[in-house]
Design a protein around this ligand. Structure first.
Ligand code: FO1
Length: 304
């Protein structure tokens, strides 16, 4: 079994690449739920949905979130009523949140509802929320405390962050499915997601960090940075603001004690020796996904 610790779009793309190199039954994504929110009375799980839509071929690849062929009639109407329309929920996407919210209200767990949704969409890879308990990633910023989506969407992650806390993580428990998957995995892959606000909250769930550390020799992370920058989102800025430093060394530092190996982009080969001198095994290969030959090399580097 290959377990992929996953945030949103970077993880979705890596899972798509790994599916070409390993059988679907072998791949399990353990997914962050710290970005989840309740809005308009609906439970929204952005990372789970981004991955499921991508693997089902339903994703909007331009935005990196939401559905393709989307319409916005409900949001437009909500805006005319003066409702909260800054977090855009498309008409098709809304059906997902309606379905999930109703099933949760009936007593189903997030794990069960996710399994139901991916089955309907024909996604043959298992997606496991890291926990069924409530956890919320929150930010202390220069303009005061912010929820995840206030920071990420409302303020376009353009405010200085002093601290990130994951409310509920200390009492949340990983699901039995997640514990079993991490025990049985022949490889644990850390996706090229944001180490601070996507993978960090997943590792913060009580016991998960220890489960991953126990598998350290089999843990491979794909760095989300290329040339010191994140392709999308604030990973480089947050690593710097929270004191991890810059470049792949900052990623290694954020995952201290967890990694057997780090995969970095070929354009950053010059950073490999310094990382290796710190005792880390490093593989240099293309990490920018989208070209079949390069993707095959990345999959081989991760799985090999
Ligand atoms: N991101 C945005 O930048 N603007 C949005 O209006 C927005 C809406 C949205 C709705 C559903 C969903 O699943 C994701 C959505 N995202 C939006 C993306 C989301 O904020 C981020 O992808 C993650 O939470 C960070 O991984």
């Amino acid at each position: 079994m290959i377990v992929v610790l996953s945030g949103g779009v970077g993880a979705a793309r890596l899972l798509r690449v790994l599916r070409r190199a390993a059988p679907d039954e072998e791949i399990v994504a353990v997914v962050n739920v710290g970005d989840d929110l309740v809005l308009h009375g609906l439970t929204i799980c952005p990372d789970l949905d981004t991955i499921a839509y991508t693997l089902a071929g339903l994703s909007n690849d331009e935005t990196g979130w939401g559905r393709r062929d989307e319409s916005w009639r409900v949001m437009d109407e909500l805006a005319t009523l003066g409702g909260d329309a800054w977090f855009r929920l498309g008409d098709r996407d809304l059906a997902t949140h309606l379905y999930r919210s109703q099933r949760l209200a009936e007593g189903a767990t997030k794990t069960t509802v996710t399994a139901e949704l991916v089955e309907r969409w024909g996604v043959p890879v298992r997606l496991l929320p890291v926990t069924d308990d409530p956890v919320r990633t929150r930010f202390s910023t220069a303009i005061g405390p912010l929820s995840f989506q206030e920071y990420f969407v409302r303020h376009r992650h353009d405010v200085t962050v002093a601290d990130v806390v994951v409310e509920g993580a200390a009492v949340a428990r990983p699901t039995a499915e997640v514990v079993a998957a991490l025990d049985a995995a022949r490889r644990v892959v850390v996706a090229p997601s944001n180490p601070v606000i996507s993978i960090g909250p997943l590792l913060a769930v009580h016991g998960v960090r220890d489960l991953v550390a126990a598998r350290r020799d089999d843990v491979v992370a794909v760095s989300p940075l290329i040339g010191g920058r994140a392709l999308k989102g604030p990973a480089d800025r947050l690593l710097r603001e929270l004191g991890f430093g810059t470049g792949h060394a900052a990623v290694a530092s954020a995952y201290e004690g967890l990694l057997g190996r780090l995969v970095i982009d070929e354009s950053d080969a010059a950073e490999a020796d310094v990382l290796r001198s710190g005792g880390l095994e490093v593989t240099v290969c293309p990490t920018l996904m989208g070209d079949p030959d390069r993707d095959a090399r990345l999959a081989a580097a991760v799985l090999g």
